[in-house]
Design a protein around this ligand. Structure first.
Ligand SMILES: *[C@@H]1O[C@H](CO)[C@@H](O)[C@H](O)[C@H]1NC(C)=O
Ligand SMILES: *[C@@H]1O[C@H](CO)[C@@H](O)[C@H](O)[C@H]1NC(C)=O
Ligand SMILES: *[C@@H]1O[C@H](CO)[C@@H](O)[C@H](O)[C@H]1NC(C)=O
Ligand SMILES: *[C@@H]1O[C@H](CO)[C@@H](O)[C@H](O)[C@H]1NC(C)=O
Length: 384
């Protein structure tokens, strides 16, 4: 009997794998999937290769401050040339804020990304006074007039007692043409939103890094209100760890050959991987391709692949198609293991709690903002 039920279930699951999918797990056809390529997400940008120079412009050694060297590189840099900063293996307990018009490449020189560990512990619930004491002890790390001062000061002067998600980033980049390779960025907070890397810029290239936190690990182009700003992000061969909405934002981002690992930090909280808040008129939000989706072995059929982040929409009835953010995501050509909720991999939207809906008619419009825009194509594995 058991075997028979399993066999029938198996057949059912096999059916959900193909176009057009189910009301809770839509699948693209080959022709529908044909537009969801790196080229379309990047609209003409071809990420430059990250070239490690024989003689970097700056070297950061264990015991030195990455922020201090970055400040110097920005002050002395020329916008016409790329500036290279090498970080020697070590543990760097600090935040790094980067706002400049200098194309910067920061890379770790360890054998693996873990060898260069950049870490801070800051959550959205951290008080402004604790933030100042942690990030800028004795006023020595951030000083007025330095390139990072504006970002730091916007958080240090925050009213309302706590710093909020925006100010939790360990590495915060508002600098176009930025490249980061071979480092680990780790936010140690486990009680609320705690960003490891935050980018609000265009032409960001992240290669061979580890990003670790619990909630909101990777914030990519989080300004969905400013939909005219192009924010393209390449995430190549990275490892991303978290539990709740741990990859989010409004950017057009491609995750290629990247591992998403869902940790079980808080066993009573939910587990959701991606939470895009793509502007409604933008067809390309997040693309996950040739990647691995896995997690803690205590999860079975539990983790949500994604939910839309209805940024700024307080309740479901206030969601306005074509006006409100509506996360766009395609997960394709990837391996999804059994941690994922197989029958219903998408959750109700964050912030608004709008229920997931999709269109499984054959003539569907993939950019119809009356529905979610969360799709899959050609995935394999026990959770696919
Ligand atoms: C691909 O995108 C183009 C331009 O946006 C659109 O005209 C076309 O219908 C799309 N193709 C599919 C199969 O969705
Ligand atoms: C967070 O930063 C974004 C800009 O990147 C801004 O639009 C938003 O209002 C900020 N949120 C808060 C609560 O300050
Ligand atoms: C774990 O998550 C639950 C549900 O969201 C929450 O009530 C609880 O405070 C969290 N525990 C910790 C230690 O943050
Ligand atoms: C399906 O994904 C595999 C990688 O898992 C890839 O080799 C293959 O080309 C993909 N097929 C299509 C039709 O895109």
């Amino acid at each position: 009997m058991k075997v028979l039920i399993l066999a029938i279930l198996g057949l059912e699951l096999a059916h959900t794998l193909s176009y057009p999918g189910t009301e809770t797990r839509p699948i693209l056809s080959k022709s529908e999937a044909s537009n969801y390529t790196k080229e379309n997400y990047f609209a003409g940008w071809q990420p430059e290769e990250i070239i490690i120079p024989e003689n970097p412009d700056y070297v950061v050694q264990q015991g030195q401050s990455i922020q201090a060297v970055v400040n110097k590189a920005i002050e002395q840099g020329n916008p016409a040339y790329r500036t290279y900063i090498k970080i020697e293996p070590g543990r760097y307990m600090e935040t790094v804020y980067i706002k400049s018009n200098i194309p910067l490449t920061i890379y770790g020189s360890g054998k693996s990304a873990e060898d260069v560990h950049i870490m801070a512990t800051l959550s959205a619930k951290t008080s402004t006074s604790d933030y100042i004491a942690t990030v800028n002890p004795n006023g020595e790390r951030y000083k007025e007039g330095e390139p990072a001062w504006g970002l730091y000061n916007s958080c240090a002067t925050k009213h309302g007692g706590v710093i909020g998600t925006n100010c939790t980033a360990v590495v915060w980049v508002e600098s176009d043409n930025f490249q980061l390779q071979g480092v680990t960025v780790h936010n140690g907070a486990t009680d609320a939103q705690a960003v490891a890397l935050r980018t609000a810029a265009d032409k960001i290239h992240l290669m061979g890094n580890n990003f670790k936190s619990y909630q909101d690990t990777l914030a990519l182009g989080i300004d969905s209100a400013d939909s005219l700003k192009t924010e393209r992000v390449m995430v190549h061969m990275c490892y991303i760890e978290g539990q709740i909405d741990y990859v989010f934002g409004a950017a057009s981002a491609v995750f290629d050959m990247t591992t998403f690992y869902t940790v079980a930090t808080n066993k009573t909280a939910s587990a959701i991987i991606l939470a895009p808040d793509t502007p409604p008129e933008r067809s390309y939000g997040f693309l996950v391709i040739n990647s691995i989706i896995t997690g803690d072995s205590s999860y079975r059929n539990k983790v949500k692949l994604a939910r839309s982040w209805d940024h700024g929409v307080a309740s479901a009835d206030l969601y306005t198609p074509g006006v409100s953010a509506n996360g766009q995501l395609v997960v394709r050509d990837s391996n999804i293991d059994s941690v994922i909720d197989v029958l219903a991999p998408y959750g109700a939207a964050a912030t608004s709690h709008r229920e997931f809906t999709t269109d499984i008619n054959v003539d569907r419009d993939l950019n119809d903002n009356n529905h979610n825009r969360l799709w899959e194509f050609n995935n394999s594995g026990d959770g696919a």
